[in-house]
Design a protein around this ligand. Sequence first.
Ligand code: SF4
Length: 427
Amino acid sequence: MCSLNKEQRIVRVAFDTLGCKLNQSETEALTEKFLKSGYRIVNPEEEFDIYVLNTCTVTHIADRKARHLLRMAHRRNPNAVLVAAGCYVEHAANDLLKIEGVKLAVGNKEKMRLPQLLKESGLVAADRHDFPAGYYSDNQRTRSFIRIQDGCNNFCSYCIVPYVRGREKSVSPEQVVTKIKDKVLSGFKEVVLTGTEIGSYNYDGLSLIELIGIILKETSIERLRLSSLQPQEVTPDLISLWKDEKRLCPHFHLSLQSGSDSVLKRMRRLYTTDDYASAISLIRSVAGDAGVTTDIIVGFPGETDDEYAESYDFCNKIGFARIHVFSYSKRRGTAANIMPNQISPQLKKMRSDMMLALAEESASAFYGSFIGKRLEVLWEQEANGIWNGYSANYIKVCAESDKDLTNVITEVSVKSLYGGGVWANII
Ligand code: SF4
């Protein structure tokens, strides 16, 4: 039995998160649960008694990263209890439990009960005294991820998510508003609405558009950001919200996955490149400075040179602020796993390198278009006198200041490109 059982001291817990913003929001919620139960939250680089890894399994690289992080955690703190949680556990719990130090593997349904599960399993003493909520908190108080929805009904042919997250479920508007009000009281300036498929939000007939309206009316959050949408969800009614509402961040993460219609069809995506281009025009007609970011998969089964070229050209035409490039990765149980004409790793790497180079060019072009303009920045952290934070349209901004700017919003004048974003002077 673990030594934690015998001790009546504050247990130190460290968290790491892989994958999507939904996972980040869930880790955040889990952190609060641990805080409320009297644990001390520490960084994974420090000494800890418990290490929780919230895993992702979208690609085999995510799986590999999870195994690597767990092994590293064990090497750094050989006596610690390691917990693997989340999507990867859903289909590989036994493999994860074979890694040294891993004592618990909990799937998505159970992971929010982790403080109880640790007690129930005897890994932490059941009679350990609790401390008041928020007793220890080293968390940054700038941006918070709020889960409004979970699961997906779409079954894109490459995606494991519907199998590990289940069908769509939406959180009630009352719960969402209460959570955001709590975040405002704790000092957060920005919340990001997250979920697997937030565009499908539907709580007893209440849509995402109505939910956003309620949040804006009933809370005083200064910035509201959406995590990810699909092009068919970008409607005139939705985008009209951005017309007069400064609190809504003009940043749209619009998953494209491929700029080739034939590949989109094989991926079972529910839009064409024309639909995508129309969504972008609509966004830009209302929010000209909007940052549009996306995900692209290269090397999907059967992707020909021509289809790849179509995808590349389409991305080039759109001019993304950021492209997250993924090489297609087989996932057991999905339709694409058994599709013919799988692409060789070498060709995937070549296509990925080309797409990454395009991503860098497009990002520089987008960031460069703000030189000489003003942006509002929510400052997050400082290193050696240089502060960094994000503009509402999600440009990383750096500036020099000897003031404490943590969690402060200021206006800046953009001077040049700098370190994956821009350099600016604070006004
Ligand atoms: S919409 Fe498609 S890619 Fe997104 S979670 Fe659902 S199945 Fe996966």
